[in-house]
Ligand binder design. Sequence first.
Ligand code: GUN
Length: 301
Amino acid sequence: MNSALNNLPENKIINGKEISAIVKSEIKTEVDKIINSGRRKPGLAFILVGEDPASKVYVKSKGKACEDIGFYSVTERLPESVTEESLINLISNFNTDDKIDGILVQLPLPKHINEQRVIESINYKKDVDGFHPENTGRLVSGIKSFIPCTPFGIIELLQRYKIQTNGKNVTVLGRSNIVGKPIANLLIQKEFNATVTICHSKTSNLKHFTLNSDIIIAAIGSPDFLKADMIKDGAVLIDVGINRVEDSESEKGYKITGDIDFKNCFEKCSLITPVPGGVGPMTIAMLMKNTLDSYKKIIYP
Ligand code: GUN
């Protein structure tokens, strides 16, 4: 648990770091069995384009998780100037590589590259990010598919903490393809039965929605955006934000903060995910889960 959480009542914290460690250890147990039986390891290919510092950190953490779990992984680093054609050629090679079960192209991509075209060039059966239209379409239709890792991590946290969604009002702040849209689509399905509102930058009277919400999922990328006067007593707060803000007291000169004003909301909420140590680690754990599922051909037999 991070040091800022010391002295706070543990029973209000949704500890993503702890749950992600459990999920990863469950996966490792399965992978150990696979390897001991003489079969090949599950394999994941990462493609990192350019020098974005946050993307480099994410890909490094994902590679480290593969190593810890016992997956085979390979990281291809391409220069910022790479052509869309070269990138798609590299993806085509991984599409037919028998050692590779999952392909992850770290986003965002440089402006001269058409992100959607790149995503669509990935074999959807190896699309462990769940961004290919085959997988997004299936998700919306309630058909088995790869689920994008961050929404999948949120679902895992809700389930492991036995947070009821049946008949609950959920507000999702943010309409991204990576988080907002998929989590909203998942929670309206019969398995979860939530009533979901998606709010975004053009929503009028946002407070009207948040004050009426049992669960709020904040994924807008705006530091400390959700304040205590915007939530009702006992709300469950899920913070997807990972924002770098200046901090002269930190050695690095910055700190990572979420989209929810944690200090301000802590008293009033019933449960909250911290940043760091909440949703972030779950994203990586669920990427490992998707890769193992791909290896086992669970989604596409
Ligand atoms: N950039 C931010 N989040 C993600 C993610 O989950 N997957 C990929 N590929 N890129 C991202």
